[in-house]
Design a protein. Structure first.
Length: 325
């Protein structure tokens, strides 16, 4: 018996393109990259801020619950009231929201130079702001740029000292601050004069050096008067007290006095005299039309004895107005 067979021949078709294969491989790779953060259990680098920088070096990734802290960049200071300066890696692999917690520092006023002025851009003293020096007509700016405006050390004072006393030369607009030494006696030293001096010109300081000396005023006593504020055991420079007179007495002088630089009260101590203050000489009750009604009202509120006078004056003024209507 003769055997027979049919040969199997593969059907003819278009050969597979290698370009199409690489195309589908690229789509798959991109999808894996995009899905990678979803399956990651870590946060990426912490967010960046304009006014703050990360404390320490950043890591490639952070675990859930890990916290990072920030600090102000140079030229910036914390906002008041303060805001949070740390953030945490959350369970969803994102950082907790955080706001800018710093603001630009303010620079001190430069003060106008000799024979010129300073113009601030945007009229601001904030960090990063520019300031332009403008010289008066007939004066060149080169002198300041060469740094020729300098000051010798300011005057040394007895019982005190100033900052940067080790320097031999001070630049233009550089400042020193005087402070008094501790006293070896029972009374402290007071600084009388300007504590801060500025180099404003060639060997020229903004004011004379102050003094450190004992300034002590006598305990203030006013007969028939009472001290209502400023109580203390000793009264040194610029100490203030306020007096008021006892009932039935009126004040002559100022109620508030200050201990002056020469250890005396300024103005002098007031006095309390028996009775009530009289009307000024230029006011004449016999001519009510010449009196200021507002002034009479003040006197009435403070001095009960003038109630009858006020009534008579008010009545006379009212009658006068009615007659003239």
């Amino acid at each position: 018996m003769a055997a027979s067979y049919t040969s199997l021949v593969a059907p003819s078709g278009r050969p597979e393109s290698p370009l199409l294969t690489w195309f589908f491989f690229g789509i798959l790779l991109t999808a894996l990259v995009l899905l990678l953060p979803i399956f990651s259990d870590a946060c990426d680098s912490p967010p960046r801020f304009q006014t703050m920088k990360l404390r320490g070096a950043a890591k490639p990734s952070y675990s859930s619950g890990e916290t990072v802290k920030y600090e102000c960049r140079p030229g910036y200071k914390p906002i008041f009231p303060p805001l949070p300066t740390s953030t945490v890696c959350q369970d969803d692999n994102t950082w907790a929201p955080l706001m800018e917690a710093c603001t630009r520092k303010l620079c001190p006023n430069l003060g106008d130079p000799v024979n010129g002025q300073v113009i601030y851009v945007n009229e601001s003293f904030a960090f990063g702001t520019q300031a332009h020096f403008v010289c008066n007509e007939g004066v060149e700016v080169g002198l300041m740029e060469m740094g020729e405006i300098k000051c010798s050390p300011p005057t040394k004072i007895e019982n005190g000292r100033y900052t940067n006393s080790h320097k031999d030369v001070f630049e233009y607009n550089e400042a020193v601050t005087y402070i008094c030494d501790p006293s070896s006696g029972p009374d402290e030293y007071s600084l009388v004069g300007e504590s801060r001096l500025v180099c404003v010109g060639s060997d020229t300081w903004s004011s004379d050096a102050p003094q450190c000396k004992v300034v002590k005023c006598i305990y203030p006593i006013v007969d028939h008067g009472t001290m209502v504020s400023g109580f203390r055991a000793k009264y040194y420079y610029k100490a203030e007290v306020v007096f008021e007179c006892d009932e039935g007495f009126s004040l002559r002088g100022k109620s508030r006095i200050v201990c002056g630089a020469d250890s005396t009260w300024e103005p002098e101590l007031p006095t309390c005299v028996k009775g009530h203050p009289s009307l000024p000489d230029d006011l004449h009750p016999e001519h009510p039309e010449d009196l200021d009604v507002g002034l009479i009202a003040v006197i009435v509120l403070t001095v009960g004895e003038y109630l009858k006078l006020r009534y008579r004056l008010s009545r006379d003024i009212t009658l006068k107005k009615c007659v003239s209507c």
